[in-house]
Write a protein that binds this ligand. Structure first.
Ligand code: ZN
Length: 275
């Protein structure tokens, strides 16, 4: 799944590469995915998009916005997969779910993994959309330590679910999923199942700092090594705690890194460092 560093990387590349291009045609690919949601029919997408110019791109947490004409945008919501740009002479991938052709004969395809939505909205609709721009992106001006602490306190399931549940739900902090969560909790030395009321102020500070440090580093490196950017290049961020490092020694203490299933998805952790 794309998290904030990947969304920022792709949005920046879209801004630099796609701005000024005119969409000639939109279509679904040969692949069908029942967890890919569009906000209108593919024919309506084509009618609205065709002939319009890309006017820029931006991101918010885990979302990417591609602005089309003066009034519309494509909202790549919380999703996994590959959004890829193809030069004129490049062959398209064998399989994809969505396709945009540009008038200069370049193209963009999207191949969904897991689930996600690509909504076509008027810009004025975005502001009213119940799922748009919820939560606070880490590194934004609003994401101060006091704000973070307040979000922790207001988490309605703080006595039921561990810190993982809070961290990966975008309506609190918008930008972090199960990928970066592992390294953030490792950096903060906190176990994913710890309940918020048990976290000391020291631990909350460590968690806040680990969020900031991990996001800054991952943005600098263009995202995770197992995700791809607009040009099909992997990111440069190698996770300390992942399916690649499970069974290896913890870089801090040498304890073997463990995998555990918790709240719908695997966690990777050092059982000695993270308590
Ligand atoms: Zn350790």
């Amino acid at each position: 799944m794309l998290e904030m560093p990947e969304a920022m990387t792709i949005a920046r590349q879209m801004q630099d590469t796609l701005t000024g291009k005119t969409i000639q045609h939109f279509a679904r690919g040969s692949l069908v995915h029942k967890f890919l949601w569009l906000s209108k029919t593919a024919e309506e997408y084509d009618t609205i998009l065709s002939g319009k110019e890309i006017t820029g791109a931006d991101s918010y947490g885990r979302s990417i916005y591609l602005y089309v004409g003066e009034a519309h945008l494509l909202w790549f919501g919380e999703l996994g997969g590959r959004i890829l740009y193809h030069l004129q002479e490049e062959p398209l991938p064998a399989k994809f779910h969505l396709r945009w052709d540009f008038s200069d004969a370049s193209a963009m395809t999207f191949n969904l993994q897991m689930w996600g939505f690509v909504s076509l909205l008027e810009r004025s609709e975005l502001a009213k959309h119940p799922y748009a721009e919820v939560g606070i992106p880490p590194l934004s001006d609003r994401f101060t330590y006091d704000c973070f602490n307040q979000l922790l306190e207001e988490y309605p399931e703080k006595t039921k679910k561990g810190i993982k549940g809070f961290m990966v739900t975008s309506k609190h902090i918008n930008g972090i999923g199960n990928g970066y969560l592992q390294d953030i909790l490792f950096g903060a030395k906190i176990h994913p199942a710890r309940k918020i009321p048990t976290l000391t102020s020291d631990e909350r500070r460590r968690l806040y700092t680990a969020i900031q440090d991990t996001m800054i580093e991952a943005i600098k490196l263009g995202g995770r090594e197992d995700e791809r950017d607009l040009f099909d290049q992997p990111g440069g961020y190698h996770r300390f705690m992942s399916n690649q490092t499970v069974g290896s020694p913890c870089p801090n203490c040498g304890t073997i890194i463990q995998k555990m299933s918790y709240l719908g998805g695997a966690c990777y952790l050092c059982p000695t460092c993270q308590v």
